[in-house]
Design a protein around this ligand. Structure first.
Ligand code: COA
Length: 354
């Protein structure tokens, strides 16, 4: 009998910009404090991408270049690139398109996926289905330049977000490793509490939309917090139940990094101790679609083949979900990847400034 094909993660790349905005600097920009941010959210620093004309693809390109180098992957062999983002460089072409071009990925089809903070999880499941359907190499990117849509005069949202990108390679596996189950959800009614109103087709940019501040994130913290806590915990425990997983079976929870209190509440409902929970919110803040791959990037060296991971995410939409994945390789990799080398590009893509 033919063995079932699953989609295994076979490598991880990541990138965060050099500039670090810490709570003390933020406290000089807006009425807040390190003490408040640490106790209510759990963030100390966030990385910010500076420079005119530099968008989300700049970070995605660097994450994908590192991924291709680490996995020794020929860019021409990649079949598909999906980029989860809510901060694309531009409406079109897609950010995935720009990333692929600059990475020499010229034989793939590429598209963006919009599901806010659940974007990477939704993209990972989408990529997994393409692998199960016969594709051989799928790159899934989560990347967001949240600083481009944060109102730094609004103390309720300014501390929360940061910029970053992460990427994984998916390849077919017949040993029962990789994506084994996912439980994904959306509720469009949540848009009332969390959205960016203008810039799209409903409210194209105008003097009025600028005056009203509709080009930055609007968030009602409390209802979003409550929904995130209950839905992330519900969906994570459901994925445990239907895959007969106990807390002992799980090596790591890989949770979206929106608020340390939300992460702790999810881990608690799952019965997991703190050392089984990937946490890097203190350094990167909420990088939206990039939080999950950046967790893998940071913890890759500690992962072993066969480890059971449960991913959990919640975000704007509302969107939320959980995934059960068996890790496919031993992380014999330096504990924390440094800045990626500037990898030479194929000649035909070298001259584009991205
Ligand atoms: N610094 C200092 N005080 C602040 C502040 C800041 N940055 N932001 C808000 N406050 C104040 C408020 O004005 C309020 O003051 P008041 O009591 O005098 O009115 C008080 O702190 C409590 O505000 P509240 O909004 O109730 O705080 P909170 O404990 O709910 O924390 C969030 C706010 C945004 C951190 C929290 O609601 C949250 O994390 N929500 C979910 C965010 C999320 O997950 N978003 C992304 C989805 S992926």
């Amino acid at each position: 009998m033919e063995k079932k094909i699953t989609a295994a993660i076979t490598g991880v790349g990541g990138y965060v910009p050099d500039y670090i905005l810490d709570n003390d600097e933020l406290s000089r920009m807006v009425d807040t404090s390190d003490e408040w941010i640490m106790s209510r959210i759990g963030i100390k620093t966030r990385h910010i991408l500076k420079g005119d004309g530099i968008g989300t693809s700049y970070m995605g390109i660097r994450a994908v270049r590192e991924l291709l180098e680490k996995t020794d992957t020929d860019p021409m062999e990649v079949d598909l690139v999906i980029c989860a983002t809510v901060t694309p460089d531009m409406f079109f072409p897609s950010t995935a398109n720009l990333i692929s071009y600059k990475c020499g990925i010229m034989n793939a089809f590429t598209f963006d996926l919009s599901a806010a903070c659940s974007g990477f999880l939704f993209a990972l499941q989408t990529g997994a289905k393409y692998i199960e359907g016969g594709l051989k190499k799928v790159v899934v990117v989560g990347a967001d330049k949240m600083s481009s849509i944060v109102n730094y005069d609004d103390r309720a949202t300014a501390p929360i977000f940061g910029d970053g990108a992460g990427a994984v390679l998916l390849e077919p596996n017949t040993e029962g490793l990789g994506v084994l189950d996912a439980d994904l959800h959306s509720d469009g009614g949540g848009f009332i509490h969390l959205h960016m109103k203008a810039g799209g087709s409903a409210y194209p940019p105008s003097k009025e939309t600028l005056r009203r501040g509709w080009h930055t994130i609007y968030q009602e913290g409390q209802p979003v917090f409550k929904a995130a806590v209950s839905r992330m915990a519900d969906v994570s425990t459901e994925i445990m139940r239907r895959n007969h997983l106990t807390a002992d079976d799980i090596r790591y929870l890989v949770p979206h990094q929106a608020n340390k209190r939300i992460i702790d509440a999810t881990a608690k409902r799952m019965g997991l101790p703190a050392d089984k929970c990937m946490v890097n919110i203190e350094r990167y803040a909420n990088t939206t679609a990039a939080t999950l791959p950046l967790c893998l990037w940071d913890y890759e060296s500690r992962l072993k083949k066969g480890d059971n991971l449960v991913f959990a995410a919640f975000g704007g939409g509302f969107t939320w979900g959980a995934m059960y994945l068996k890790w496919a390789y031993d992380g014999n990799i330096p504990d924390k990847c440094g800045e990626p080398e500037d990898i030479p590009l194929s000649n035909n893509v070298n001259n584009v400034k991205l």
